[in-house]
Design a protein. Structure first.
Ligand code: AHG
Ligand code: MN
Ligand code: MN
Ligand code: MN
Length: 335
């Protein structure tokens, strides 16, 4: 098999489709390099003293795990000096992080969930990093939070790293979705899956079913029909999977189909869902659409939502097109 590295893939993409300007290519490579470093820390586990929680909480009120903070710092440090960014924002920082004055500034904005699936860190279950790249608005001088509040449709690149049995990097620049495997001996990302496609039909769904009593009627209806199995209205048995790391659940869906849901519910009506629009829902929605799937907040396309806040939460329904369309239609009918 001819080995194609991430660098070679990006250069060839740039030549063929002009879809990846040189600065964006550099940015993606730097994020990829940071993810290698995170993968290395994750892999050390107890030996690297990276497990466990800190005393601190992030802006979402979640207790920060050591690896949440370590991964955040790795991404900040790696991306600060390259000259391709104007500012960064992260799940683990309340405010945006402008590039310090000692470094040149570029035209991109990077948003990330440095460590996704925090509850799985200490039990050696797959976790990941999610990132989204936006272009800074024309004429921006000093970046502010407002500059980040662009609909997901404006993303120029998005991806995730998955730290599982293998470390993978899944990437889109708006021209399909490709997957790279980390060659741990060589320290390089090698292209291992081209043009990933989510099957339109599926018999597998993912939802945290412990919240069932809090779900709204359209979700009760949809899941009720799936659970009714072959004698119910769907006439078929559905299987359920829930890893509690969005990255790992989405990766399964990219490979064999499925529908992933984190709906809003009645548990805490002040929270419109659990997942965050800017660094979880938007990048995953971009990837899923680029792989032929669909992503909505129950009513409309996630990528069309105009963000109002950096840490805004949003209900998420994504994956195989036919299922996402069906559960979305149940929400639309209920209005
Ligand atoms: P994070 O660890 O970045 O805060 O995100 C965790 C998210 C997501 O990865 C996952 O799908 C979901 O939270 C799990 O939620 P439950 O704890 O309700 O299962
Ligand atoms: Mn978190
Ligand atoms: Mn997350
Ligand atoms: Mn996180």
């Amino acid at each position: 098999m001819k080995r194609i590295s991430l660098t070679q893939y990006l250069v060839e993409e740039q030549r063929q489709h002009h879809s990846i300007p040189a600065e964006l290519r550099l940015l993606i490579e730097v994020v990829g390099r940071a993810c290698k470093t995170i993968s290395h820390s994750v892999g050390k586990g107890a030996l690297g003293e990276v497990l466990g929680a800190l005393e601190s909480e992030n802006v979402q009120g979640e207790v920060q795990k050591k690896l949440d903070v370590i991964s955040n710092e790795i991404l900040l440090e790696a991306n600060e000096w390259g000259g391709h960014l104007a500012a960064m924002a992260s799940e683990e920082m309340e405010d945006i992080h402008p590039i310090p004055n000692r470094y040149p500034k570029g035209e991109y904005l990077l948003v990330f969930d440095p460590l996704d699936g925090s509850s799985n860190i200490d039990v050696n279950v797959s976790i990941g990093t999610i990132f989204s790249v936006l272009k800074a608005p024309e004429g921006m001088t000093e970046p502010t939070e407002k500059d980040f509040l662009q609909p997901g449709a404006k993303q120029v690149a998005a991806g995730y790293a998955l730290y599982g049995p293998q470390t993978l990097l899944v990437l889109t620049t708006g021209n399909g979705v490709n997957c790279f495997t980390l060659d741990r001996e060589m320290g390089s990302w090698v292209l291992t899956q081209r043009n990933m496609q989510i099957p339109a039909k599926t018999k597998e769904f993912a939802i945290n079913a412990s919240n069932q009593r809090h779900w709204h009627a359209p979700v009760q209806r949809y899941i009720g029909e799936l659970l009714a199995g072959s004698t119910g209205p769907r006439g078929t048995d559905f299987n359920m999977r829930w890893i509690a790391s969005m990255v790992a659940d989405v990766h399964r869906i990219l490979n064999r189909g499925g529908v992933f849901m984190y709906p809003a519910d009645n548990k805490d009506p002040s929270k419109p869902g659990r997942l965050r629009l800017m660094y979880e829902a938007n990048p995953m929605a971009f990837i899923v659409e680029q792989a032929g799937g669909m992503a909505t907040d129950g009513k409309k396309r996630i990528l069309d939502i105009q963000p109002e806040k950096l840490h805004q939460r949003v209900p998420v329904f994504l994956g195989s097109r036919d299922e996402v369309a069906l559960v979305t239609s149940y929400h639309q009918e209920a209005v």
